[in-house]
Ligand binder design. Sequence first.
Ligand code: UDP
Ligand code: MG
Length: 237
Amino acid sequence: KACVTSARNEVIMSHRQTPVLYIVIPCYNEQEVLPITAPLFLQKINDLAAAGKISPDSRGLFVNDGSKDNTLDEIKKLRKTDKTVNYLSFSRNFGKEAAMHAGLEHSKESDAVIIIDCDLQQPPSLIPEMIKYYEEGYKIVYTKGRTRKGEPKLRTFFANWFYKIYNRHTEMPLDNGAKDFQLLDRQVVEAFLAIKDNYRFVKGIFSWVGYPRKYIEFDFIPRIRGKSTWSFKSLLR
Ligand code: UDP
Ligand code: MG
């Protein structure tokens, strides 16, 4: 049901001047990174709102995934000076998939959501292009790595192995190298939320729900600071 275009949604959209955009940013132990990167995300929101591309009601939604460092304090500091900052905080670390899910659940006020990592491995400079495609009518604008050059070799090996198995056994193949960094229209978010699975593979669900989609490619960017929490065990799970 949720996958069927809602006439009501379209009426609401056509009466609205500019879309309300929420940028969902999952954060786990990112105290070194956040003070540098968060202002860049917030600046993007302010610039796009000033240019009349998105509504001034747009927000950055930070999800603190049970960090053990001062990530939450850094988010609270941001909130004090910038009212476009919203945040959620988990009682413990539940993992990035859960953080993205919670972010989407708490983006009800938005017309579109962008999910982005907070370590600048996914360039916020692509956001205006994502919005351009959204204006053209694409409901999902996702991103993928042009190559895996620069990524740890072991990770590339297991990632290729994963996509091979996944695509052999599922009806909706995934692009090898697709990122969680993507723009999602409200209809797509509602379709995602209508699925009640507890353990989710976010990328897989967004590929499964359908809708017109477009992708943008970018080259591998190393982490700005801090370290990746990538572990073989969690990716295998
Ligand atoms: N992250 C999270 N929960 C976790 C692990 C990571 O919310 O349990 C966030 C992290 O703060 C970052 C994003 O997910 O914004 C990607 O994590 P990371 O950079 O460690 O992974 P990689 O880029 O190596 O895949
Ligand atoms: Mg990263």
